[in-house]
Design a protein around this ligand. Structure first.
Ligand code: ATP
Ligand code: MG
Length: 178
């Protein structure tokens, strides 16, 4: 056991709901401790999420940026080159933010999907995370976290799908899903 402060790598994965929202909860906790948090949302872009407006009063201390278009066609050869380009751009931004030392916590929301769709090389991500400034906390979200990232992580939580409103035909609800 050690009580020294250090940057952790957390992963929220699995098929159940709560991966992104748990990351946002942790981010809020960090901001409340005077830390600066950047959330980069891979893939997202077409929906307007409540959290985008909620963080505005925090200014530069809590920033959420959408880096995608909100939808992708899944599957190696069928993946739209534009989505791949946006994923790489998002990763480049993420890499620079992590290495800049300007942020105490960086959340890479839905990055696990980008990797599992074959749009981003997990080895690149592992290398950057290994070489990041010591105090930076990182949270990765999305289903199917890559084994190499799970291995590197300090805390990994798998959300289990017990039941979801969608399964009885209830569509996305304001304040719950967006
Ligand atoms: P949230 O953003 O609500 O924390 P999440 O990050 O765990 O969800 P994602 O895989 O990013 O889940 O998908 C986001 C959307 O898919 C949300 O609208 C969520 O309610 C919905 N969703 C998540 N899990 C399930 C599920 N098991 N069945 C149906 N819909 C789901
Ligand atoms: Mg999510």
């Amino acid at each position: 056991m050690t009580d020294s402060r250090r940057g952790l790598l957390l992963i929220n994965t699995g098929p159940g709901k709560g991966k992104t929202t748990a990351a946002l909860g942790t981010a809020l906790r960090a901001v409340g401790n005077g830390m600066r948090v950047l959330v980069l949302q891979f893939l997202k872009g077409s929906w307007h999420y409540g959290e985008l407006d909620a963080v505005e009063p925090f200014g530069d201390n809590f920033v959420i940026r959408q880096m995608g278009r909100g939808f992708v066609k899944v599957g190696g050869a069928e993946t739209d080159p534009e989505d791949i380009r946006m994923a790489h751009e998002a990763w480049e931004e993420a890499r620079q933010a992590i290495l800049s030392g300007e942020w105490d916590m960086v959340v890479l929301d839905e990055i696990n999907y980008v990797i599992s769709y074959g749009m981003l090389d997990p080895a690149q991500v592992v290398e950057t995370l290994r070489n990041r400034p010591e105090m930076v906390h990182i949270i990765l979200t999305g289903r199917n976290a890559h084994p190499s990232l799970v291995e590197l992580a300090d805390t990994v939580t798998e959300m289990r799908d017990v039941k979801h409103a969608y399964q009885k035909g209830i569509l996305a609800q304001r304040g719950i899903e967006y």
